[in-house]
Design a protein around this ligand. Structure first.
Ligand code: DAH
Length: 354
């Protein structure tokens, strides 16, 4: 019996040294620990021995079993370790391998121009608001001195949602909203001061062509106070144009008409492209001047219609079409290019403003 244990120990020694993989290990474990294993057979036969022999052989068998368990556990750990290392070596990341270029999103050119203008006015101290695109006839027209049936309403062909509600035809609706609000909240003899820029989409029943669209974007601003003068208006417009186009541009004001301003002006800038050399260029249509926006002093009638006293409160106002500015700045001659979502066109503005 003792010999058998020694033989078994030798056989285990030999076989365990041959273990190269976890599968080998499992085979050896089954062989030496399974139900029919030589060790089990020895243990079963113990009962045929004398008590002293049984104790001795039993002890040796147990020692061998503990030894084998220890050896196999150690082997298993080593093999697991090795397997990990091999896996890591195979999965190695090559940091010098070139990556994939992901397409980079960028703002739409109209939003680029819009943001540029908003930044200029924010720095001039204006409050920037978006306002509502669905507006009542009252705030879109009546409170801006365009009563029902007024011929100047024809200048802005309108989408009516019902007899009293329109898609706003201009961002000037927010002037009426703010003037009314200020009047409602100011106290006796107090002259309110406020500068607001309303920016967003406007809608007109125009036929779309190279320079018109039934939906477009505007910024519309006003400033009111006790001493707002025409000189302030000129300064605001000059600051806007120089920052938007180029430090050298001059502005020229021509008399015009808008129901909400009196006097009203049409604002031209000197051509930033040709600087009126060699009899002008295509952009300024050989005139050296480019028409870019409408402006004026808020009509006294508008102050009264919104509950303010025109004798103590004066104001300046202006309205700018974003598409027109973008077309001029980027040399785009068809407004539709902005709405077609042609990536070849849009990608050209990738680096603008960076
Ligand atoms: N609301 C005018 C339009 O859409 C533009 C405009 C002109 C706005 C003069 C103004 C202004 O605030 O003073 O055609």
């Amino acid at each position: 019996m003792k010999n058998k244990i020694q033989e078994l120990a030798l056989a285990f020694e030999h076989q365990s040294q041959e273990i190269k993989t976890l599968t080998d290990l499992e085979k050896v474990r089954l062989h030496f620990f399974g139900k029919e294993s030589p060790l089990n057979i020895i243990l079963k036969q113990l009962k045929t021995l004398t008590p002293e022999e049984r104790q001795k052989i039993g002890q040796e068998a147990n020692q061998l079993r503990n030894h084998m368990t220890e050896v196999l556990n150690k082997k298993r750990e080593e093999l697991n370790d090795q397997e990990w290392k091999e896996k890591l070596a195979k999965d190695k990341i090559d940091f010098s391998f070139p990556g994939f270029a992901l397409p980079l999103g960028k703002l739409h050119p109209l939003n680029l121009v819009m943001n540029e203008i908003k930044t200029i006015f924010r720095e001039l101290g204006f409050l920037i608001v978006e306002g509502t695109e669905i507006e009542t006839d009252e705030f879109n027209f009546q409170k801006l001195n365009l009563p029902l049936g007024h011929p100047a309403r024809d200048m802005q062909d309108t989408f009516y949602l019902d007899s009293e509600t329109v898609m706003r035809t201009h961002a000037t609706n927010m002037t009426a909203r703010y003037l009314t609000n200020v009047a409602d909240n100011s106290h006796d003899n107090e002259v309110p001061t406020l500068a607001v820029l309303s920016a967003g989409n406007v809608f007109r029943r125009d036929d779309d062509d190279a320079t018109h669209s039934h939906q477009f974007m505007q910024v519309d601003g006003f400033a009111i106070g006790p001493k707002i003068s025409f000189a302030n208006l000129k300064w605001v417009l000059q600051s806007l144009c120089q920052r938007l186009f180029d430090q050298e541009v001059k502005i020229r004001l021509r008399p015009s008409f808008f129901p909400f301003t009196e006097p009203s002006v049409e604002v031209d800038i000197s051509c930033f492209k040709c600087r009126n050399e060699n009899h002008g260029c295509e952009i300024c249509k050989q005139s050296g001047w480019i028409e870019i926006l409408g402006a004026g002093m808020i009509n006294e009638q508008v102050m009264s219609l919104n509950g303010l006293n025109p004798k103590t409160t004066t104001g300046l106002a202006f309205g700018v079409g974003i598409e027109r500015i973008a077309m001029l700045k980027f040399g785009v001659n068809n407004i539709r290019a902005f709405y077609e979502n042609n990536l070849k066109f849009l990608e050209q503005f990738r680096f603008y403003g960076m």
